[in-house]
Design a protein around this ligand. Sequence first.
Ligand SMILES: Nc1ccn([C@@H]2O[C@H](COP(=O)(O)OP(=O)(O)OP(=O)(O)O)[C@@H](O)[C@H]2O)c(=O)n1
Ligand SMILES: C[C@](O)(CO)[C@H](O)COP(=O)(O)O
Length: 255
Amino acid sequence: MTAIFSDDVKPEACQGRVIAIVPAAGIGARMGAAVPKQYLPLCGAPILSHTLRRLLSHPGIDIVVVALGEGDSWFDSLPEAGHPKLVKARGGKERADSVLSALGSDVFGEADWALVHDAARPCLTHTDIDALLASRSRFPQGAILAMPVRDTMKRAGGDGAISETVCRNALWHALTPQLFNASALKHNLEQALAAGAVITDEASAMEWAGVHPGLVSGRADNIKVTHPDDLQLAALFLEAQQVLQAQQAAEQISS
Ligand SMILES: Nc1ccn([C@@H]2O[C@H](COP(=O)(O)OP(=O)(O)OP(=O)(O)O)[C@@H](O)[C@H]2O)c(=O)n1
Ligand SMILES: C[C@](O)(CO)[C@H](O)COP(=O)(O)O
């Protein structure tokens, strides 16, 4: 195994372009809707539209590659589909396969960064993107948005009762975006998948190769829409963000 470790990331790599990858090829089985959940309406637009708008409008993101499921007949009708910064890629069987497929797009150069963000996380803010991009100087090996665990954590036994309490010290929820040197991520993801490793996020592929990605504290409203009751919560978060933005704009005008 010739994994790429953190000291393989050259200091100048922090200067490369930032290319977002949006894995959007899932079927949303846990949502149980008639269409893949990324196309369900939320505050007047499909979930994927909200996610793409937030990435496409960020000045630090140069290109957005979206990985779509085979036979996806919804994407091309989105207003964002014709955006000049947007590139389409074919998704894969699992999320990691979709990310790897997107990393194979010819837009990527050696020094570029891959910022991977779930299509199903429509409440992402520019504040969080800024924080993750700024972390490159502290974490040249890459980093992820994450949130410290706040609750006592229990492991369920087979009978539906508690089998144990899991120590929550230093436990974090991994969120997205996750930011890595694109060629290092592609190489390590290929090696990890070929070795049969279970890869549920980009950081786990880098960790498999011996890299220790940084943790960047992210917002609690950056939820992943997974189950039906997440839709109402995401709508509340989007509405709250819109109210706050309007208030901040009004204060700027009056100041
Ligand atoms: N083969 C896959 C599976 C998932 N995803 C994407 O990865 C993100 C996070 O995955 P998840 O929330 O699990 O979405 P689904 O796989 O669609 O949900 P489920 O597991 O309930 O089917 C989603 O934006 C989903 O579209 C993907 O691009 N390719
Ligand atoms: C990538 C991720 O969102 C980090 O928490 C999560 O691993 C995705 O998991 P899923 O089962 O593919 O939704």
